[in-house]
Design a protein around this ligand. Structure first.
Ligand SMILES: Cc1cc2nc3c(=O)[nH]c(=O)nc-3n(C[C@H](O)[C@H](O)[C@H](O)COP(=O)(O)OP(=O)(O)OC[C@H]3O[C@@H](n4cnc5c(N)ncnc54)[C@H](O)[C@@H]3O)c2cc1C
Ligand code: SF4
Length: 324
């Protein structure tokens, strides 16, 4: 399918990117950011929510920085390795994203801002027209959500990014920039419960970089991912955990690919700690509590029932290292 034409802008600095965004907003023109393009371009090829302008972040100076405590939005996933000083948990999660070819282009910023996915939405234009669209890509038909009908305008498309839950359990901070200046948001507060809005970015803002506290270096972690084909598939469920050796109070757990947002499981961890940590038994209780707390919907390849069941297994595997 041929892509709808768009004008591509190539700013070379953060200031220039903000100026272009500001100008387009003043002119009433819609636009998207693009980084590696491994998510946006396939969507554009299927004529999904295309815009007349696209601003590329590829030439922004300093946006590819990689260190133990700072990763720029344009850092390629293939470069997020322990050899480059990246936390082992982030290196592990990056290696589990898509295929090696995709990871050469894919970036951290694009991964964190990944569009939410749904099998009624990630389809070609003719296919979507044949079912009368849905309100995430509404073409003026007023069509309803196919997954949970009659629920106003909420979209429950699934966030299927791998890296976000890992940055959450390392207590990462997202640095946002836009025409109105800079601000910071913890990764755990970045996502918003609507498959259309996705995150807290306002119009014209983009994700500049992620920083990690120096204490994150003391954390050990594990990321468990369920997917159909290990060679390149999106997660159908994912659980990340991190801890400081011997300190059960430090345990942090987050999940992904189960709802419209990746999320932390502080409540379930606190409940288990309140009853006193009992090793293997506590791990079992925690896994069941997290399984009960998630509500996957029927819009990815595997059934919600199976994905929910697997959350218990993934959580156990992710946290097992703490017991050693
Ligand atoms: C076959 C296939 C398999 C895949 N498997 C996985 C997988 O297993 N796990 C996974 O997590 N992903 C997977 N992906 C999705 C995607 O490749 C990755 O998430 C990748 O990291 C996206 O990065 P990108 O730079 O290519 O994003 P882009 O396509 O450039 O952008 C993605 C979205 O983020 C926005 N965006 C990009 N950068 C910024 C920024 N700095 N600030 C604000 N908005 C921004 C864009 O506007 C767009 O909406 C897969 C993709 C394909 C095609
Ligand atoms: S969850 Fe509903 S509104 Fe969202 S993409 Fe799927 S069918 Fe469309």
């Amino acid at each position: 399918m041929l892509m709808t034409p768009f004008k591509l802008h190539h700013p070379t600095s953060v200031e220039q990117a903000c100026e272009i965004a500001q100008q387009l907003m003043e002119d009433g023109q819609k636009f998207d950011w693009v980084a590696g393009g491994t998510d946006l371009i396939p969507n554009y090829k299927w004529h999904i929510n295309t815009k007349p302008h696209v601003i590329s972040l590829a030439k922004i100076q300093g946006a590819s920085v990689i260190s133990a405590t700072e990763i720029g939005c344009m850092a390629r996933l293939s470069d997020l390795t322990e050899e480059n000083g990246v936390h082992p948990l982030i290196a592990e999660a990056s290696l589990k994203v898509a295929s090696s070819l995709i990871r050469k282009n894919a970036t951290l910023g694009g991964n964190l801002c990944l569009d939410t996915r749904c099998f009624w939405y990630n389809q070609g234009e003719d296919w979507r027209r044949s079912i009368d669209w849905c309100h995430k890509a509404d073409c003026g038909t007023g069509a309803d959500c196919r997954v949970i009908p009659n629920q106003n305008t909420l979209c429950v498309a699934t966030y299927q990014g791998d890296i976000a839950p890992n940055l959450m359990v390392l207590e990462g901070m997202i640095h946002i920039v836009g025409p109105s200046g800079q601000r910071q948001v913890p990764v755990r507060d970045f996502y918003q419960l609507d498959g259309k809005k996705k995150n807290v970015l306002a119009e014209g803002e983009f994700l500049l970089k992620v920083t990690l506290p120096s204490e994150s270096q003391q954390r050990i972690g594990c990321y468990q991912k369920l997917r159909v084909r290990d060679s390149w598939d999106f997660p159908e469920a994912g659980v990340a955990a991190s801890w400081i050796t011997g300190d059960e109070k430090s345990i942090l757990i987050a999940s992904t690919a189960l709802e419209s947002i990746p999320k932390m499981h502080d409540e379930q961890v606190s409940a288990v700690l309140e009853d006193g940590w009992q090793g293997v038994e506590s791990v079992k209780t925690l896994s069941v509590a997290i399984q009960k707390s998630i509500k996957p919907v029927n819009n990815t390849t595997l059934t919600p029932r199976y994905r929910k069941k697997m959350v218990r297994v993934l959580t156990k595997r992710a946290i097992n290292g703490f017991l050693r």
